[in-house]
Design a protein around this ligand. Structure first.
Ligand SMILES: Cc1ncc(COP(=O)(O)O)c(C=O)c1O
Length: 361
């Protein structure tokens, strides 16, 4: 926490806005919009997963539609496709950003069309805070008329050519889950280009209640709105967002400076125009065996590190669905390690982690 959060939470108590609505929600949405550049329409929700679910629904995804999804991601990017009874089509990553490969994306679209169904949407992810190939993906989206749901859950504070992540897709989403760069303990946001889409999202997120004095419903709704208490935490967190990004980037630069001269360790560099919030510092080792040796050595000293996300096309729950893969994300999963990356790591912590890694390479 940054220190300012309790003031806003107290304000909610003092004014009795202990409700799923209230001034903190409005002001949190305003501060997110301001941070994103001022021309978005933000709806604060109960989670990033809820935001993806609503985004897909707003883009018209229904039962038996196909939705393309970056395979190298957390399962929350893909689960909402299943909630809607649609079919996920998984697409592998490219090596520059570890995100969805434009080449495989286009191949998959052509193949799905040839097989009889044009995909309804594309879920593209800025994984670990690194922006995906924004221009290439936008071009493909436009060429085939398939909108992008921009999963920016891990990338608040990242940008491409000075434009903030979350603003690139037809609809963007953010997460304020406990492990994210800022948190409301749990929460998310949907970022729409126009007010009507935001209003529709809020309508669906509050049980789709029609405009009537009684309770009247013409569509199925959800209970997905963020509470005014949690939005108070969010307001305080927005005040320290750039500090958090700076701390995360400091971690990355520290690890890179200390470990980069070992050819065994590869870092994910920023391409021209890319700015990553460096939510997590991730490295690649020469092999699975070395990755595991280092992970276990850290664990023995009570230092937690984790393998990179296991691709969705390799997950038992999604194994039956089509995938367009060239082995990239599988290789990243086998050789990659997320190093400790908290915003509150001390110089001592970082030194200790690096020293432990160096004993094993
Ligand atoms: C890439 C990605 N997408 C979506 C989500 C879902 O966000 P939430 O946990 O707020 O539902 C997360 C994180 O949890 C994530 O890392």
């Amino acid at each position: 926490m940054g220190g300012g959060e309790q003031k806003y939470v107290q304000e909610a108590f003092d004014t009795n806005w202990v409700a799923p609505l209230g001034p903190n929600v409005d002001n949190f949405e305003k501060s997110i919009n301001l941070f994103l550049g001022g021309s978005s329409n933000v709806a604060a929700l109960s989670s990033g997963t809820a935001a993806i679910h609503l985004a897909l629904e707003l883009l018209g995804v229904t039962k038996d539609d196909e939705v393309i999804c970056q395979s190298f991601t957390f399962s929350a990017s893909a689960n909402p496709i299943m909630y809607l009874g649609a079919t996920p089509i998984f697409v592998d990553s490219e090596k520059d950003t570890w995100n969805i490969s434009p080449k495989l994306l286009e191949e998959s679209i052509k193949d799905r069309i040839a097989k009889g169904k044009k995909p309804k949407a594309i879920v593209a992810v800025h994984l670990y805070g690194m922006p995906y190939k924004v221009e290439e993906i936008a071009q493909i989206s436009e060429k085939y008329g398939i909108p992008v749901v921009e999963d920016s859950a891990e990338a608040l504070g990242s940008s491409f050519k000075n434009k903030k992540c979350g603003t690139f897709g037809a609809i963007g989403i953010l997460s304020f889950n406990g492990n994210k760069i800022i948190t409301t303990s749990g929460g998310g946001a949907l970022i729409a280009k126009d007010e009507a889409t935001k209003n529709k999202a809020v309508f669906l997120a509050t049980q789709a209640r029609d405009d009537a004095p009684h309770y009247q419903h013409s569509s199925v709704g959800y209970n997905y709105r963020m509470s005014n208490i949690l939005a108070g935490i969010g307001r305080g967190q927005m005040e320290v967002l750039q500090d958090r990004v700076n701390q995360r980037r400091f971690n990355y630069n520290f690890y890179k400076k200390r470990l980069d001269h070992f050819p065994e360790i590869e870092f994910l560099e920023e391409q021209d125009g890319y700015y990553s919030n460096r939510w997590l510092t991730c490295v690649l080792m020469p092999s699975f065996a070395i990755r595991e040796k280092i992970r276990l050595a850290l664990l023995e000293e009570n230092v937690e590190s984790r393998p990179l996300w296991k691709p969705m096309h390799l997950q038992p729950v999604f194994a039956e669905f089509p995938n367009y893969s060239d082995g990239t994300s599988e290789d990243l999963f086998n050789r990659g390690l997320c190093l400790p990356s908290g915003s509150n790591l001390s110089q001592n912590d970082l030194e200790r982690i690096v020293a432990l890694i160096l004993t094993k390479i």
